[in-house]
Design a protein around this ligand. Structure first.
Ligand code: IMP
Length: 178
């Protein structure tokens, strides 16, 4: 694919569909090994991770469950600042091996606020799988246990990721031309 326009901005090909698929197979291979006999619960965070979660889940050869949640951020009290709540988390996490599926960790703010809420439910284990990570942008350090690609601090779209609502359907990852 050549360059692509999304809204008012121009993007160039960055990570091909083939590269993504290969990396997903590698990650799934590790998960298949690490979670043999444990029936993990994958929690995919919408909207961005829907494509990644689907492709990753297809490569799992173990018994595994998946659910999808949305995170909403609202303004709490002065002392609590922004509060993140999970919409649609109707599973009991107590004693479960939980794996969070994220599209991209940017500043790390979302997960750093949300993870303590999950720990509160006392899962047996809690790991993170993320397709992309921008280490230069991360100010709230997050341990990503299974990572697709580490990328520079550039805006990307495609493969589930959007620019102002558009671009999610592009089957590969494109990078903003600056
Ligand atoms: P964080 O809380 O800063 O880590 O934000 C993570 C969320 O911001 C991701 O789940 C994405 O939805 C969004 N995001 C961060 N960087 C990008 C990008 O380059 N393209 C599209 N969405 C992004």
């Amino acid at each position: 694919m050549g360059e692509m326009r999304v809204h008012d901005k121009q993007f160039e090909p960055y990570i091909s569909a083939e590269k993504i698929a290969d990396r997903i197979k590698e990650i799934a291979g590790k998960l298949n090994k690490d979670y043999t006999g444990r029936k993990p619960l994958f929690i995919a965070i919408l909207n961005g991770s829907f494509m990644f979660a689907a492709d990753l889940f297809k490569e799992l050869a173990i018994d595994a469950e998946i659910c999808f949640i949305k995170l909403a951020s609202y303004k709490g009290t002065k002392s609590t600042g922004h509060v993140i709540t999970a919409i649609g988390l109707d599973m009991d996490l107590f004693g479960r091996d939980v794996v969070i599926v994220e599209d991209i960790v940017d500043t790390g703010k979302t997960l750093s606020e949300f993870l303590p809420q999950l720990h509160h439910q006392q899962p047996a284990s809690l790991k993170i799988v993320a397709l992309l990570h921008k280490p230069e942008a991360t100010v709230f350090p997050i341990t990503i246990d299974y990572l697709g690609f580490s990328i520079p601090n550039k805006f990307v779209v495609g493969y589930g990721l959007d620019y102002d609502g558009l671009g999610r359907n592009i089957p590969e990852i494109f990078k903003l031309i600056e």
